[in-house]
Design a protein around this ligand. Sequence first.
Ligand SMILES: [Fe+2]
Length: 169
Amino acid sequence: MFALHRARTLIHLSDQGELAMDVISLLKADHKKVKDLFEKLEPTTERGIKTGTEFFRTLKEALDAHAYIEETYFYPVLEKSKATHDIALEAVEEHAIVKELLAELDELPKDDESWGAKLKVLKENVEHHVEEEEGEMFKKARQVLSDDELESLGARMEKAKESQLKQAA
Ligand SMILES: [Fe+2]
């Protein structure tokens, strides 16, 4: 019974009757989306520059929006607790590297010989960051935040992400 109850609290209906996600489910779904985009982008780097450019645009928008909502809503909350303070600061630095690589890739002609190498380094950095979040950060976040806090953060972040993506489109 306990497990059932707990599972139900993670995904619940918002006031508007829409499916709302807690912050951790939201961020995990983002990670999955980004992973899929990297997989689509890799085989296109040599094949079609146009398709590659489109996938890169989508990837950049997804990563920018993801970084924005984490830095604006999630990390500041984690920085307040001793157990999650350091890992949140580290995540901010990892984002800075990811953003720098995204900006460089954005500037670089897609047929430049460094394009593939830079993309690979970006992917490795993102994978490392995701591992840290899903491995340690989320576990600790569940210890320092209540289910209600996780859910209300998730709802706010989902809204903010949608408006970010709308702006970018
Ligand atoms: Fe992140």
